[in-house]
Design a binder for this molecule. Structure first.
Ligand code: PMP
Length: 365
């Protein structure tokens, strides 16, 4: 087969090779149909099965209780920023947002189009330091409390579930869904775009507690109306059929590889390996995020000192690409490097990165 690169991209990101090979096998003829799934009606029995299998897999893999619905929508994570407010803010007209990075900030701005948004704490001057929950000011009358479980750009992750005293909790798990076990019943609504840990772009998974359905704003677009989407079993209009099809294969791959618990173990081991390399580099490499909030998925780091040396960072990127390590450049808003270690990235690949970093340091320090 084709040789595969080492892909540390933040999303769209690496997919398991086995999944891509299966897709390759089926691309001219899905189940002897003489056509690919891409060319088939979304009303076909084949697609109905894929859609249902994918929803059942989410339920099984994340232990989703029966009073929660699983939906697939389009519009990406950004679409969900709007959809969350359009479906949930109506109850009291206000919502509390925790801004800990780029994506929660965008979500708060989007929601402010549809209702009153309060920040649970002032946006930290330096992202990476999340204020202690005891200092947050939450409105008991808020329709929901929103936070981003893992800030993909900034590398800030919550390792606990905030307490909201009965106010429904909403979270963006776009870059962490299916990478750790958690108690779904603590949430009102969970969403995540597929393009990092669970599939190609084009589909967003929404898990919502049943009693939160039924109260969308009048202006809520039909494609974002969770109540309607649920009623139509996520085939309300033409879904991103190919994306759901690949995502369903990724779910089977996760199951085959030990489920979410095993993904969690790998995520811990991989991120530990990279953070240790950074910590043990005498500040040649550095990560600005407070230890308690460091992401297991997206690890931003500077090269050549605590504030980074841009020239050296350029060389780092060029040399890494020579050995087929790609997409290590950090987000333009933070600079430096970022290694994303999603489910499909193997421990061995992180070892190769860490060895490269050691050699690079020996050469340039
Ligand atoms: N939330 C998070 C945590 C993300 O990482 C991203 C995209 N990287 C988004 C939301 C936005 O997703 P999309 O590009 O699909 O709109």
């Amino acid at each position: 087969g084709a040789s595969r690169s080492l892909n540390f991209g933040a999303g769209p990101a690496k997919l398991p090779t086995e999944v891509l090979e299966e897709v390759q096998d089926e691309v001219l003829s899905y189940l002897s149909s003489g056509m690919s799934l891409m060319e088939m009606s979304h009303r076909s029995k084949e697609y109905a099965k894929i859609n249902k299998d994918a929803q059942d897999a989410v339920r099984e893999l994340l232990n989703v209780p029966s009073n929660y619905k699983i939906l697939f929508i389009q519009g990406g994570g950004t679409g969900a920023f709007a959809a969350i407010a359009l479906n949930l803010i109506n109850r009291t007209g206000t919502a509390d947002y925790c801004v800990t990075g780029t994506w929660s900030e965008k979500a708060a701005k989007e929601a402010a189009k549809y209702g009153e948004v309060n920040l649970a704490f002032p946006k930290p001057k330096k992202l990476g330091n999340v204020p202690k929950q005891s200092t947050w000011i939450l409105n008991p009358n808020a329709s929901y409390v929103y936070y981003c479980a893992n800030e993909t750009v900034d590398g800030v992750q919550f390792h606990y579930i905030p307490e909201t005293n009965g106010v429904p909790l909403v979270t963006d798990m776009s870059s962490s869904i299916m990478t750790e076990n958690f108690d779904v019943s603590k949430f009102g609504c969970i969403f995540g775009g597929a393009q990092k840990n669970i599939g190609p772009s084009g589909v967003t998974v929404v898990i919502i507690r049943e009693d939160l359905l039924g109260n969308p704003m009048k202006i809520c677009p039909t494609v974002f109306d969770f109540t309607y989407v649920d009623k139509e079993k996520s085939i309300h209009n033409t879904p991103a059929t190919f994306s759901v099809y690949v995502m369903e294969k990724v779910f089977r791959w996760i199951k085959k590889n030990g489920g979410v618990s095993e993904m969690e173990k790998h995520a811990l081991a991989k991120s530990h390996l990279l953070y240790s390399a950074i910590e043990n580099s005498n500040d040649f490499y550095s990560c600005p995020i407070e230890k308690a909030y460091r992401s297991r998925m997206n690890i931003p780091f500077r090269v050549g000192g605590v504030n980074g040396n841009e020239q050296l960072e350029d060389i780092f990127l060029k040399e890494s690409e020579k050995i087929k390590m790609y997409q290590l450049k950090g987000h333009r808003s933070v600079g430096g490097m970022r290694a994303s270690l999603y489910n499909a990235v193997t421990y061995e690949e992180v070892e190769i990165l860490v060895n490269f970093m050691k050699e690079f340091q020996d050469k340039y320090e």
